[in-house]
Ligand binder design. Structure first.
Ligand code: SAH
Ligand code: SF4
Length: 383
């Protein structure tokens, strides 16, 4: 069964607990809740600080609020993140959290520590309705959008586990942070869940809370052209585009979305992406697939396609997953491809594969329960 974009389910209401989660509400929504409770608007500011600056989940500990108000909040509201089902640490230090959602669905979040930064790779949907042939997430049958709480909750879970909440009211220092960057490169197509992603990213950027600068947030899209300009105007985050091929025929074969938004449309949308200039380039992701998209011809075509776009290219060695039928290009081929781009002054680093021993590398994410269901089906079929 494959689902179209329109059929991706909306997140369900949390059935097991009638209390309303305050996480994921915009500032205006939180102020509206205060009004419903007969509280002054400044209470919203105080709560925002506890929830997003201090990471507090227990109303009783929110000592700037009156005792009576804290007790009332405990009865009617919660500050909840997705539950951590499993936390895995790779031999290279990459971490992956498998998160359980209230409807039993699962989603994955990955943390990649590097010398000069720490990047959190956040999911935007359970699974993905697009079925890119090289991507494990695209083979997941069940797909639904994540709510703002489930998106911003991933950042909060990571902060919990990394021990990164400030101990007092002082500002989070820009230096020495563990999570410096957010990339929307986990499960799902963020531009097919734009509204919830936007609410969550505005919370993440708010400098009285999680305080992650929009310059440090990158949204990766497979090329949902009609949403791109709007996203740039409203969120002004960095854009990454999954290009992966240099002609429509090949791209449509490996990325069916290309039938809807072919290369010319996609590259026009990139040219028009607000705020793009030489100091703030669009990243074009390019997965290296042996014999599919990795020839010298491809490299040369890529240079032509990107001629008038402030661009950098990120070459991603293909990461295999159980049942995948592509191979990664050889190291020498990747180097040659990168050299051709460099000679044309296009920056083209090869992305290091991280966390593949815990299936945390690009394109390997798929919820554990889906994998289990599949292996159970296979076992039953074989029995
Ligand atoms: N849906 C969005 C964001 C998530 S994917 C998008 O497609 O852009 C993050 C990146 O990993 C994308 O560039 C994606 O094409 C790439 N990717 C998917 N499967 C991969 C695999 N098996 N090996 C390497 N990269 C992969
Ligand atoms: Fe979805 Fe991105 Fe995977 Fe394509 S590469 S199936 S758009 S998550």
């Amino acid at each position: 069964m494959s689902q179209s974009h329109a059929e991706a389910f909306a997140p369900p209401r949390e059935a097991d607990d009638e209390r309303r989660n305050l996480v994921g509400l915009s500032r205006a929504e939180l102020a509206a809740v205060m009004a419903e409770l007969g509280e002054k608007p400044f209470r919203a500011k105080q709560l925002w600080h506890w929830i997003y600056h201090r990471g507090e989940t227990d109303f009783a500990a929110m000592t700037t609020l009156s005792k009576d108000f804290r007790a009332r909040l405990t009865e009617t509201h919660v500050v909840r993140r997705p539950a951590v089902n499993q936390a895995l640490i790779s031999k290279d230090g990459t971490r992956k959290w498998l998160l359980s959602l209230p409807d039993g669905q699962e989603v994955e979040t990955v943390y990649i520590p590097e010398e000069d930064r720490g990047t959190l790779c956040v999911s935007s949907q359970v699974g993905c309705t697009l079925t890119c042939k090289f991507c494990h997430t695209g083979t997941q049958r069940l797909v639904r959008n994540l709510s703002p709480a489930e998106i911003v909750g991933q950042i909060m879970v990571a902060r919990d586990d990394l021990g990164e909440w400030p101990k007092d009211d002082s500002e989070v220092p820009a230096e020495g942070r563990k999570i410096t960057n957010i990339v929307l490169m986990g499960m799902g197509e963020p531009l097919y869940n734009y509204d919830n992603v936007a609410t969550a990213m505005k919370i993440a950027m708010d400098n009285e809370g999680l305080s992650i600068s929009k310059r440090k947030i990158t949204l990766s899209t497979s090329g949902v052209v009609p949403e791109m300009e709007h996203c740039g105007r409203e969120l002004d985050v960095n854009l990454a585009v999954s290009l992966h091929a240099t002609d429509d025929e090949t791209r449509s074969k490996i990325m069916p979305i290309n039938n809807k938004y072919p290369l010319k449309m996609l590259l026009d949308a990139c040219r028009n992406y607000p705020g793009t200039h030489n100091a703030r380039r669009i990243t074009f992701e390019y997965v290296m697939l042996k014999g599919v998209n990795d020839s010298d011809q491809d490299a040369k075509r890529l240079i032509r396609l990107l001629k008038d776009i402030p661009a950098k290219v990120n070459l991603i060695p293909f990461n295999p997953w159980p049942g995948s039928f592509f191979e990664c290009s050889d190291a020498a081929r990747i180097k040659r491809f990168a050299d051709i781009l460099s000679a044309a002054h296009i920056s083209s680093p090869v992305r290091a594969t991280r966390g593949d021993d815990i299936l945390a590398a690009c394109g390997q994410l798929k919820s554990e329960s889906e994998r289990k269901k599949k292996s159970e089906r296979a076992a039953a079929a074989g029995a």
